[in-house]
Design a protein around this ligand. Structure first.
Ligand code: NAP
Length: 249
């Protein structure tokens, strides 16, 4: 199960009604039906390829046309993976920039209008621990997540007077996707403590969001290494990250 699905389930478990957006298909319909039945909440789903040019506007219009009141926006959508910058396809780079950066930015801008109608509302941007580092073979991914971190911090202050609380979720790693090179180099205790179940990540995310946290990092070890990355000289941090992520043993 991905983090998006786990977040949807955690929200439903807490009795929240849901507006789900994902690629069209059986999986989205089945998830909606399951959550509706299991948790007795309202679930509305919009199947949409967010790479379509007008996608963010369509999501916003869908909510306006149906008069949905929205008190939380979760920007989970994002693609990752490992690739060599020199040889990766330009279309893949463009898709990553669109999904990881543009969609979260534009949706947030559009939804401020709806969120500010609530007494208190929330935006959760799903970043990554990768956003705190500079990672070879994940250069664009880590840069997109650093962008989300920066955007979150700035908007947290700017949108506060509107009663909108903005937070970043920065998971170290989830069980559903693991980097093959890191997986080869790190095992045992370290591996278990870097990666967490998506259910754990979703539970921690919702707890942190509702408590008003700024950056939510599930797990003790990711908290420690993100914290240390701000303490040690950048050149030291880069050496460790290089060793972990470079295509060598
Ligand atoms: N997994 C990790 O280890 C990890 C670690 C740190 C951060 N993150 C971040 O957490 C977020 C979720 O990651 P995940 O790996 O767990 O993935 P996920 O939630 O399983 O999948 C991403 C979501 O994006 C949707 N999506 C992808 N492309 C789309 C498109 N073109 N149009 C519409 N929807 C699209 C997917 O819809 P469908 O379900 O329809 O495919 C899915 O709901 C991402 O932002 C990721 O960068 C993940």
């Amino acid at each position: 199960m991905g983090i998006g699905k786990a977040l949807a389930e955690e929200c439903a478990r807490r009795g929240m009604n849901l507006l789900l957006v994902a690629l069209p298909g059986k999986e989205l319909d089945e998830l909606s039906a399951t959550l509706r039945q299991r948790y007795q909440v309202e679930v509305h789903a919009l199947g949409l390829d967010m790479l379509e040019k007008t996608a963010s506007g369509q999501v916003y219009q869908w909510c306006v046309d149906r008069d949905f009141s929205v008190d939380k926006l979760i920007n989970n959508i994002g693609v990752g993976g490992r690739s060599d910058f020199e040889t990766c396809r330009v279309t893949d780079l463009e898709a990553m920039l669109t999904l990881n950066v543009q969609i979260a930015t534009v949706l947030t801008q559009l939804f401020v209008e709806l969120l500010k109608k609530q007494r208190r509302s929330y935006i959760l941007n799903v970043g990554s621990a990768a956003g705190f580092f500079h990672i070879p073979h994940k250069a664009v991914y880590s840069a997109t997540k650093a962008y989300l971190y920066s955007l979150t911090r700035s908007l947290r202050s700017e949108l506060k007077p509107l009663g909108i609380h903005v937070a970043l979720l920065a998971p170290g790693g989830a069980h559903n996707r693991q980097d093959p090179v890191v997986h080869r180099k790190v095992n045992g205790w370290l591996h278990r403590n870097i990666h967490h179940s998506t259910e754990h990540i979703a539970r921690t995310a919702l707890n942190g969001l509702l408590k008003g946290k700024r950056v939510i990092v599930p797990g003790t070890l990711p908290k420690i290494y993100i914290g240390l990355s701000g303490v040690f000289p950048p050149s030291w941090v880069d050496v460790v990250v290089d060793r972990l992520f470079k295509n060598t043993r």
